[in-house]
Design a protein around this ligand. Structure first.
Ligand SMILES: Cc1ncc(COP(=O)(O)O)c(C=O)c1O
Length: 316
């Protein structure tokens, strides 16, 4: 079902040439039309053919790529999935107002439960977890928001291979920092992994990388850059829109609005300020998430004409 290994494609741009950098992108967005980008990487080992769960529980916002992909895979394997959504149950009264992501989750047979913001914040609390699990059969598998779990690291490590060994820098976007942690753990000693946080005040995620991969976080070469959030998680600024547009014009590759557009913006800013030594070889990771544009279209924050310009002619 998955197109693996994903291709690595060179990106040519005058500013990369001026900085004497060889820049490539790993097209994990092409792994699968729905379970694209880092989604399959993170979810793969939650689905173990020899010991499939009876039920799964997970969390996300109304536009989450994670719940979108998880609902597809759970449905594929015929595993009931209960999703806890940050939002309001009244959304169900007017299905046309539901986000396209949630509508897909319902079509994928996921059961939606809505939590207000305050309750949603308990999602990682042990007592809250016990209360939720008490509602479900014994072999219910808990998948934290964004798939943030040790189990995910093994799949993320598979992004790196012999083909990626001679890259000096690997650049990825960061939400829960699971992908960053997995890449850091799997990186070769000569490589530096750079994570670009998509959310505001993300410094706490350094600690998360340490807790996910322990000692390796100390011995490996990596950085989390937190100044490229463009106003906060999901904020769609003019510069993000322009970035996605320019990226498509130059490379015919569609970025997503929340993660990879900001990664690309950050990368260009770093190149322009001479962050990378001349002669460096850089690999950007396309982590997918293109479905996220639909929510912005529904909210009239982008037009179909704009989406056509960035390579998405028919969005629904
Ligand atoms: C498209 C996309 N890119 C990047 C990320 C960030 O990944 P992580 O949560 O592992 O940091 C996410 C969130 O999972 C995502 O949906």
């Amino acid at each position: 079902m998955f197109n693996l290994p994903s291709p690595i494609q060179q990106l040519s741009h005058s500013s990369f040439a001026d900085a004497e950098l060889d820049v490539f992108i790993k097209r994990d967005d092409l792994i699968h039309p729905i379970v694209s980008g880092n989604k399959w990487r993170k979810l793969k080992y939650f689905f173990n053919d020899a010991d499939m769960p009876k039920h799964m529980v997970s969390f996300g916002g109304a536009y989450s790529n994670h719940i979108h992909a998880l609902s597809y895979v759970a449905n594929y394997y015929d595993i009931p999935l209960s999703l806890y959504i940050r939002g309001e149950a009244s959304w169900l009264d007017k299905p046309q107002q539901l986000s396209p992501t949630l509508r897909d989750c319902m079509q994928n047979q996921a059961m939606l439960n809505f939590l207000d913001r305050k309750t949603y914040r308990l999602k990682d609390d042990a007592e809250f977890k016990q209360q939720i699990l008490a509602n479900y059969p014994n072999r219910t598998l808990w998948v934290a928001e964004g798939g943030c779990d040790q189990i995910a690291l093994k799949g993320v490590a598979e992004i790196l291979s012999e083909q990626t060994n001679d890259f000096d820098y690997i650049v990825c976007p960061v939400g829960s920092a699971t992908t960053l942690a997995g890449l850091v753990a799997a990186a070769a000693p000569n490589q530096c992994v750079i994570g670009i946080a998509a959310l505001k005040q993300a410094d706490y995620l350094r600690e998360r990388v340490h807790s996910l991969i322990g000692e390796q976080a100390k011995s490996k070469n990596w950085q989390l850059l937190t100044e490229f959030h463009c106003g906060g998680f999901g904020k769609l600024t003019e510069s993000v829109l322009l970035q996605a547009q320019q990226f498509f014009t130059h490379h015919q590759i569609t970025l997503d609005p929340v993660y990879t557009s900001k990664m690309s913006l950050a990368f260009h800013a770093l190149v322009d300020k001479g962050y990378f030594p001349k002669g460096g070889k850089v690999l950007l990771l396309h982590t997918g998430g293109v479905q996220g544009w639909r929510g912005y279209l529904q909210q009239n924050k982008v037009t179909q004409a704009y989406l056509t310009e960035i390579g998405l002619p028919q969005v629904s």
